[in-house]
Design a protein around this ligand. Structure first.
Ligand code: 13P
Ligand code: SF4
Length: 303
Protein backbone atom coordinates (compact mmCIF):
# COMPACT_ATOMS: atom_id res chain seq x y z
CA UNK A 1 0.00 0.00 0.00
CA UNK A 2 1.44 3.46 -0.82
CA UNK A 3 2.66 5.44 2.20
CA UNK A 4 -0.01 8.16 2.02
CA UNK A 5 -2.81 5.59 1.97
CA UNK A 6 -1.24 3.74 4.88
CA UNK A 7 -1.05 6.94 6.94
CA UNK A 8 -4.72 7.68 6.15
CA UNK A 9 -5.65 4.15 7.21
CA UNK A 10 -3.77 4.58 10.51
CA UNK A 11 -5.45 7.91 11.24
CA UNK A 12 -8.91 6.51 10.44
CA UNK A 13 -8.38 3.35 12.54
CA UNK A 14 -6.95 5.40 15.40
CA UNK A 15 -10.08 7.60 15.51
CA UNK A 16 -12.39 4.59 15.20
CA UNK A 17 -10.67 2.73 18.04
CA UNK A 18 -10.21 5.80 20.27
CA UNK A 19 -6.49 5.01 20.40
CA UNK A 20 -3.41 7.15 20.78
CA UNK A 21 0.04 6.65 19.23
CA UNK A 22 3.12 7.35 21.34
CA UNK A 23 6.59 7.24 19.81
CA UNK A 24 10.07 7.39 21.26
CA UNK A 25 12.49 10.00 19.92
CA UNK A 26 14.49 7.26 18.12
CA UNK A 27 11.59 6.03 15.99
CA UNK A 28 11.87 6.14 12.18
CA UNK A 29 10.73 9.46 10.61
CA UNK A 30 7.45 8.10 9.21
CA UNK A 31 6.46 6.81 12.67
CA UNK A 32 7.40 10.11 14.33
CA UNK A 33 5.15 11.82 11.76
CA UNK A 34 2.01 9.82 12.71
CA UNK A 35 2.58 9.96 16.48
CA UNK A 36 0.34 11.96 18.81
CA UNK A 37 3.17 12.33 21.26
CA UNK A 38 6.94 12.02 20.95
CA UNK A 39 9.19 11.81 23.96
CA UNK A 40 11.91 10.19 26.02
CA UNK A 41 11.29 7.09 28.11
CA UNK A 42 10.24 9.03 31.22
CA UNK A 43 7.90 11.38 29.41
CA UNK A 44 6.17 8.63 27.43
CA UNK A 45 5.41 6.39 30.39
CA UNK A 46 4.09 9.34 32.40
CA UNK A 47 2.00 10.44 29.43
CA UNK A 48 0.62 6.93 28.89
CA UNK A 49 -0.51 6.84 32.53
CA UNK A 50 -2.30 10.20 32.33
CA UNK A 51 -3.84 9.79 28.85
CA UNK A 52 -7.64 9.56 28.61
CA UNK A 53 -7.40 6.96 25.84
CA UNK A 54 -7.62 3.31 26.92
CA UNK A 55 -5.77 1.97 23.88
CA UNK A 56 -2.16 3.03 23.45
CA UNK A 57 -0.01 2.03 20.51
CA UNK A 58 3.51 2.34 21.87
CA UNK A 59 6.15 2.78 19.15
CA UNK A 60 9.40 2.05 20.89
CA UNK A 61 11.06 -1.00 22.41
CA UNK A 62 9.62 -3.62 24.76
CA UNK A 63 10.76 -2.20 28.13
CA UNK A 64 9.12 1.14 27.30
CA UNK A 65 5.74 -0.40 26.48
CA UNK A 66 6.10 -2.69 29.50
CA UNK A 67 6.74 0.29 31.79
CA UNK A 68 3.57 1.93 30.45
CA UNK A 69 1.65 -1.34 31.02
CA UNK A 70 2.93 -1.53 34.61
CA UNK A 71 1.83 2.05 35.32
CA UNK A 72 -1.55 1.65 33.59
CA UNK A 73 -2.74 -1.95 34.10
CA UNK A 74 -6.29 -0.96 33.13
CA UNK A 75 -5.19 0.19 29.65
CA UNK A 76 -4.32 -1.83 26.58
CA UNK A 77 -0.70 -1.12 25.68
CA UNK A 78 0.17 -2.37 22.22
CA UNK A 79 3.74 -2.83 20.95
CA UNK A 80 3.39 -3.13 17.13
CA UNK A 81 6.45 -5.41 16.92
CA UNK A 82 6.82 -7.69 19.97
CA UNK A 83 10.39 -8.59 18.95
CA UNK A 84 11.53 -4.97 19.36
CA UNK A 85 13.65 -5.54 22.46
CA UNK A 86 16.57 -3.74 24.06
CA UNK A 87 19.82 -5.76 24.18
CA UNK A 88 21.01 -3.72 27.16
CA UNK A 89 17.86 -4.60 29.12
CA UNK A 90 18.50 -8.28 28.29
CA UNK A 91 22.00 -8.08 29.84
CA UNK A 92 20.60 -8.14 33.40
CA UNK A 93 18.16 -10.79 34.59
CA UNK A 94 16.29 -10.90 37.90
CA UNK A 95 18.28 -13.93 39.19
CA UNK A 96 21.58 -12.09 38.67
CA UNK A 97 20.23 -9.05 40.48
CA UNK A 98 18.97 -11.17 43.39
CA UNK A 99 22.44 -12.77 43.68
CA UNK A 100 24.10 -9.33 43.66
CA UNK A 101 21.71 -8.08 46.37
CA UNK A 102 22.68 -11.11 48.52
CA UNK A 103 26.35 -10.17 48.11
CA UNK A 104 25.67 -6.57 49.18
CA UNK A 105 22.98 -6.67 51.88
CA UNK A 106 21.65 -3.21 52.74
CA UNK A 107 22.53 -1.75 49.35
CA UNK A 108 19.91 0.37 47.61
CA UNK A 109 19.13 -0.96 44.13
CA UNK A 110 18.79 1.70 41.45
CA UNK A 111 17.81 0.35 38.03
CA UNK A 112 17.71 2.11 34.69
CA UNK A 113 14.22 1.79 33.11
CA UNK A 114 15.97 -0.05 30.27
CA UNK A 115 15.32 -3.29 32.15
CA UNK A 116 12.68 -6.01 32.40
CA UNK A 117 9.63 -5.92 34.69
CA UNK A 118 11.19 -8.79 36.71
CA UNK A 119 14.36 -6.73 37.30
CA UNK A 120 12.28 -3.68 38.24
CA UNK A 121 10.42 -5.89 40.74
CA UNK A 122 13.78 -6.47 42.52
CA UNK A 123 14.57 -2.73 42.43
CA UNK A 124 14.18 -0.02 45.07
CA UNK A 125 13.99 2.89 42.67
CA UNK A 126 14.18 3.19 38.89
CA UNK A 127 15.77 6.00 36.93
CA UNK A 128 16.02 7.23 33.37
CA UNK A 129 18.78 9.25 31.76
CA UNK A 130 16.68 12.34 32.56
CA UNK A 131 16.66 11.89 36.33
CA UNK A 132 19.50 9.47 37.22
CA UNK A 133 21.54 12.11 39.07
CA UNK A 134 18.55 13.26 41.13
CA UNK A 135 17.63 9.65 41.95
CA UNK A 136 21.15 8.83 43.19
CA UNK A 137 21.18 12.02 45.28
CA UNK A 138 18.17 10.73 47.25
CA UNK A 139 20.21 7.77 48.53
CA UNK A 140 21.70 8.74 51.91
CA UNK A 141 25.50 9.10 52.00
CA UNK A 142 27.20 5.99 53.33
CA UNK A 143 24.55 3.64 51.92
CA UNK A 144 25.85 1.34 49.14
CA UNK A 145 24.23 1.57 45.71
CA UNK A 146 23.80 -1.23 43.19
CA UNK A 147 23.27 0.21 39.72
CA UNK A 148 22.36 -1.62 36.50
CA UNK A 149 22.25 -2.57 33.75
CA UNK A 150 24.23 0.25 32.04
CA UNK A 151 27.84 0.53 33.22
CA UNK A 152 28.32 3.77 31.24
CA UNK A 153 25.26 5.64 32.52
CA UNK A 154 26.19 4.32 35.99
CA UNK A 155 29.82 5.44 35.66
CA UNK A 156 28.79 8.87 34.44
CA UNK A 157 26.29 9.35 37.29
CA UNK A 158 28.87 8.14 39.81
CA UNK A 159 31.33 10.76 38.51
CA UNK A 160 28.69 13.52 38.57
CA UNK A 161 27.49 12.76 42.09
CA UNK A 162 30.80 11.66 43.65
CA UNK A 163 29.12 8.41 44.79
CA UNK A 164 30.79 5.07 44.35
CA UNK A 165 28.42 2.45 42.99
CA UNK A 166 28.41 -1.29 42.38
CA UNK A 167 27.92 -1.35 38.61
CA UNK A 168 26.40 -4.10 36.50
CA UNK A 169 28.48 -4.41 33.33
CA UNK A 170 25.75 -3.96 30.71
CA UNK A 171 25.94 -1.50 27.83
CA UNK A 172 24.08 -0.30 24.76
CA UNK A 173 25.56 -1.77 21.55
CA UNK A 174 24.18 1.16 19.52
CA UNK A 175 25.81 3.87 21.65
CA UNK A 176 29.11 1.92 21.64
CA UNK A 177 29.22 2.54 17.87
CA UNK A 178 29.98 6.20 18.59
CA UNK A 179 33.77 6.56 18.78
CA UNK A 180 35.96 9.51 19.80
CA UNK A 181 37.14 9.88 16.17
CA UNK A 182 33.52 10.47 15.09
CA UNK A 183 33.20 13.40 17.46
CA UNK A 184 36.60 14.79 16.43
CA UNK A 185 35.75 14.48 12.75
CA UNK A 186 32.35 16.19 13.16
CA UNK A 187 33.97 19.00 15.16
CA UNK A 188 36.45 19.52 12.29
CA UNK A 189 33.57 19.67 9.81
CA UNK A 190 31.41 21.94 11.98
CA UNK A 191 33.75 24.01 14.16
CA UNK A 192 30.97 26.21 15.62
CA UNK A 193 28.71 23.32 16.62
CA UNK A 194 27.87 22.22 20.15
CA UNK A 195 28.37 18.50 20.86
CA UNK A 196 25.59 16.74 22.80
CA UNK A 197 25.94 13.05 23.69
CA UNK A 198 23.75 10.55 25.55
CA UNK A 199 25.12 9.20 28.88
CA UNK A 200 25.07 5.68 27.38
CA UNK A 201 28.21 6.54 25.34
CA UNK A 202 31.58 5.47 26.69
CA UNK A 203 33.49 7.87 28.98
CA UNK A 204 36.05 8.93 26.35
CA UNK A 205 33.26 10.03 24.02
CA UNK A 206 31.47 11.76 26.92
CA UNK A 207 34.66 13.64 27.82
CA UNK A 208 34.75 15.16 24.30
CA UNK A 209 31.19 16.52 24.53
CA UNK A 210 29.90 19.93 25.59
CA UNK A 211 26.81 18.38 27.18
CA UNK A 212 25.82 14.87 28.31
CA UNK A 213 22.03 14.58 28.14
CA UNK A 214 19.13 12.16 27.71
CA UNK A 215 17.00 12.67 24.60
CA UNK A 216 14.48 14.91 26.40
CA UNK A 217 17.38 16.89 27.87
CA UNK A 218 18.80 17.45 24.38
CA UNK A 219 15.54 19.10 23.26
CA UNK A 220 15.46 21.35 26.34
CA UNK A 221 19.15 22.23 25.82
CA UNK A 222 18.67 23.28 22.16
CA UNK A 223 15.60 25.31 23.12
CA UNK A 224 17.71 27.44 25.49
CA UNK A 225 20.87 27.60 23.37
CA UNK A 226 21.69 30.53 21.05
CA UNK A 227 23.88 28.18 18.94
CA UNK A 228 22.79 27.23 15.37
CA UNK A 229 24.61 23.89 14.86
CA UNK A 230 24.67 20.73 16.95
CA UNK A 231 26.47 17.41 16.72
CA UNK A 232 24.24 14.67 18.09
CA UNK A 233 25.92 11.70 19.79
CA UNK A 234 23.03 9.31 20.18
CA UNK A 235 20.77 7.08 18.08
CA UNK A 236 20.23 8.66 14.63
CA UNK A 237 16.42 8.98 14.96
CA UNK A 238 17.13 11.87 17.33
CA UNK A 239 18.53 13.95 14.46
CA UNK A 240 15.17 13.81 12.65
CA UNK A 241 13.34 14.59 15.90
CA UNK A 242 15.51 17.67 16.57
CA UNK A 243 15.48 18.87 12.94
CA UNK A 244 11.70 18.71 12.79
CA UNK A 245 11.31 20.56 16.09
CA UNK A 246 13.95 23.20 15.32
CA UNK A 247 13.84 23.82 11.53
CA UNK A 248 16.00 26.95 11.85
CA UNK A 249 18.97 24.99 13.36
CA UNK A 250 21.21 22.29 11.90
CA UNK A 251 21.87 18.89 13.41
CA UNK A 252 24.57 16.40 12.46
CA UNK A 253 24.73 12.77 13.59
CA UNK A 254 28.05 11.94 15.28
CA UNK A 255 27.89 8.79 13.15
CA UNK A 256 25.15 7.31 10.98
CA UNK A 257 26.14 3.88 12.36
CA UNK A 258 24.54 4.60 15.74
CA UNK A 259 21.28 3.03 14.66
CA UNK A 260 19.16 0.94 17.04
CA UNK A 261 17.86 -1.96 14.91
CA UNK A 262 15.10 -2.67 17.43
CA UNK A 263 13.72 0.87 17.31
CA UNK A 264 13.62 0.53 13.52
CA UNK A 265 11.50 -2.64 13.67
CA UNK A 266 8.35 -0.53 14.00
CA UNK A 267 6.84 0.20 10.57
CA UNK A 268 3.68 1.93 9.34
CA UNK A 269 2.36 -1.46 8.20
CA UNK A 270 2.80 -2.88 11.71
CA UNK A 271 1.13 0.16 13.32
CA UNK A 272 -1.86 -0.20 10.96
CA UNK A 273 -2.02 -3.94 11.68
CA UNK A 274 -1.90 -3.26 15.45
CA UNK A 275 -4.79 -0.84 15.24
CA UNK A 276 -6.76 -3.33 13.18
CA UNK A 277 -6.22 -6.33 15.45
CA UNK A 278 -5.73 -4.39 18.73
CA UNK A 279 -2.60 -6.39 19.44
CA UNK A 280 -0.07 -7.56 20.32
CA UNK A 281 -0.68 -6.19 23.81
CA UNK A 282 2.03 -6.17 26.47
CA UNK A 283 1.05 -8.08 29.59
CA UNK A 284 2.89 -8.20 32.91
CA UNK A 285 2.11 -10.77 35.60
CA UNK A 286 0.15 -8.77 38.25
CA UNK A 287 2.43 -9.72 41.18
CA UNK A 288 5.56 -8.69 39.28
CA UNK A 289 3.82 -5.55 38.02
CA UNK A 290 2.83 -4.48 41.54
CA UNK A 291 6.44 -4.74 42.79
CA UNK A 292 7.85 -3.07 39.69
CA UNK A 293 5.28 -0.26 39.97
CA UNK A 294 6.60 0.72 43.42
CA UNK A 295 10.09 1.27 41.97
CA UNK A 296 8.81 3.24 38.96
CA UNK A 297 6.49 5.37 41.11
CA UNK A 298 9.32 6.10 43.56
CA UNK A 299 11.24 7.53 40.59
CA UNK A 300 8.28 9.55 39.27
CA UNK A 301 7.72 11.10 42.70
CA UNK A 302 11.17 12.68 42.67
CA UNK A 303 11.19 13.67 38.97
P1 13P B 1 15.99 8.38 26.74
O1 13P B 1 15.28 8.05 27.99
O2 13P B 1 17.05 9.44 26.93
O3 13P B 1 15.02 8.76 25.67
O4 13P B 1 16.81 7.12 26.25
C1 13P B 1 16.26 5.86 26.09
C2 13P B 1 17.20 4.94 25.44
O5 13P B 1 16.88 3.81 25.16
C3 13P B 1 18.52 5.40 25.14
O6 13P B 1 19.19 4.47 24.36
FE1 SF4 C 1 18.35 -0.24 24.06
FE2 SF4 C 1 20.43 1.07 23.07
FE3 SF4 C 1 18.29 0.69 21.56
FE4 SF4 C 1 18.24 2.42 23.63
S1 SF4 C 1 19.45 2.58 21.75
S2 SF4 C 1 16.67 0.92 23.11
S3 SF4 C 1 19.55 1.32 25.09
S4 SF4 C 1 19.65 -0.89 22.38
Amino acid sequence: MPKRQLVEKILALKAERGAIILAHNYQPPEIQDVADRLGDSLDLSRFAASAREQIIVFCGVHFMAETAAILSPEKKIILPEPAAGCPMADMLCADDLVALKKKHPGAVVVTYVNSSAEVKAETDICCTSANAIRVIQTVPEGVSIIFGPDRYLGGWVAAQTGRSMILWQGYCPTHQKIHPEHIEEQRRLHPGAVVMVHPEVNPTVASLADAVLGTGGMIAYVEKSPVREFIVGTETGMVYRLQRKFPDREFFAATKHALCPNMKKITLEKVAQSLESLGPAVAVEPGVAARARRAIRAMIEIS
